[in-house]
Design a protein around this ligand. Structure first.
Ligand SMILES: *[C@@H]1O[C@H](CO)[C@@H](O)[C@H](O)[C@H]1NC(C)=O
Ligand SMILES: *[C@@H]1O[C@H](CO)[C@@H](O)[C@H](O)[C@H]1NC(C)=O
Ligand SMILES: *[C@@H]1O[C@H](CO)[C@@H](O)[C@H](O)[C@H]1NC(C)=O
Length: 352
């Protein structure tokens, strides 16, 4: 017996309802896990893209899709706010994108940004825009391998959340703003490969909470004056001052119990006695103090107690005495030591 047609259709209808009722919660669960893109952020992104009319960014950023699904950015899943922007002139996925022009003011309207990165863009010019100060949640600001110019703006000290500032290989001039020392979480600064002048501000890293491990790279600039004494109390894991015109004593950057894995003071005008310097035993792998004006004295045998040391360049200084033997020092080539006043012993010729 077949049921009458009306009952048959009613039961189909019931089944369909059941399926729909089963699907709706799934759908809700899916959409509520990923909030859709915030409207103001959507508008700010389009304004940003329109600042680079020669670029194909608007091919990737179309109105047809939720902007949290666009390339070059990430959103917070629960708020739908854009938290990360990342563009690189050298990448495969998402495709490389390189801007011609300057960083537009509209970036300041993406007020939930935590991370901004522009890399490898020879057409990116101009100064950093002051609207960046609207980004109160920004932790990482990275603009590297571009032609941005002007000074490092002191308004960066109004980015209270900043943890990492990477402005290397640009066309920046002028001094390092001492106001960066006001930032309580800024523990990584990389400014190498610019044309910075003046002294290293003593305020840098002074307000970090104790125990913060710090990275500083100022290689290839034109900085002068001494390394601030206050740096004796900063827990650098990496400090690279290579190729500047820094003077005076920097021996306080060393110390047996420091966390440093790399200390590079090469190609400056430092003048200090190396004799009583003790080398960080925990992590130290790379030391280069070569080619300074007057680093004198001798090499402490404590250096043989550093288990991870693989590079120890002290060449082109005024050192004397017998090179310690033992530990990793037995593996090091003569070029690490050459051109000193009277260093001697393996791997250099024997002492007289
Ligand atoms: C894209 O979206 C914005 C904001 O929602 C709107 O103002 C604009 O007219 C849209 N553009 C197109 C081409 O649909
Ligand atoms: C962008 O700038 C680069 C480098 O300066 C240049 O080679 C390129 O032709 C520019 N492209 C446009 C569309 O202006
Ligand atoms: C600094 O970092 C700590 C630890 O992550 C955080 O709790 C604090 O809110 C940060 N301070 C500022 C001003 O962002």
């Amino acid at each position: 017996m077949h049921p009458p047609p009306s009952i048959f259709f009613a039961s189909i209808h019931k089944m369909a309802n059941a399926v729909i009722i089963a699907i709706i919660p799934l759908f809700l669960a899916f959409t509520s896990a990923y909030a859709s893109c915030n409207k103001q952020d959507h508008a700010a992104l389009l304004a940003f893209a329109r600042s680079f009319p020669h670029n194909n960014l608007l091919d990737f950023w179309t109105n047809a899709t939720d902007c949290c699904n666009w390339d070059y950015l990430r959103c917070d899943d629960t708020t739908g706010r854009v938290t990360d922007l990342e563009f690189s002139g050298f990448s495969d996925d998402p495709p490389a994108i390189a801007f011609n022009g300057s960083i537009p003011a509209s970036i300041g309207d993406l007020s939930a940004l935590e991370s901004v990165s522009f890399a490898q863009m020879p057409g990116l010019v101009g100064a950093l825009p002051s609207q960046l100060t609207k980004l109160k949640k920004l932790k990482l600001l990275s603009v590297q391998n571009t032609q941005i110019s002007g000074t490092i703006p002191s308004f960066l000290s109004r980015l209270p959340s900043l943890e990492q500032l990477d402005l290397y290989k640009n066309k920046l001039v002028g001094t390092i703003p001492s106001s960066l020392g006001n930032l309580v979480n800024l523990s990584a600064i990389s400014l190498y490969g610019n044309q910075l002048t003046g002294t290293i501000p003593a305020s840098l890293f002074s307000r970090l909470s104790s125990g913060s491990v710090v990275t500083l790279d100022l290689t290839d600039n034109k900085l002068t004056g001494p390394v601030p004494r206050s740096f004796a109390n900063v827990a650098f894991n990496n400090i690279n001052l290579d190729n500047n015109q820094l003077t005076g004593d920097a021996s306080f950057l060393f110390g047996k119990s420091k966390p440093a894995y790399q200390i590079i003071l090469a190609r400056n005008k430092f003048e200090f006695d190396l004799t009583n310097v003790e080398y960080p035993e925990k992590n130290l792998a790379y030391v280069d103090i070569g080619s300074n004006k007057n680093i004198y004295g001798s090499i402490s045998s404590q250096v043989t107690q550093v288990p991870n040391l693989d590079t120890f360049i002290v060449s082109y200084n005024h050192l004397c005495g017998k090179i310690p033997t033992g530990g990793n020092l037995d593996k090091f080539p003569a070029r690490f030591y050459e051109h000193n006043k009277c260093l001697c012993g393996t791997p250099l010729p024997p002492c007289k």
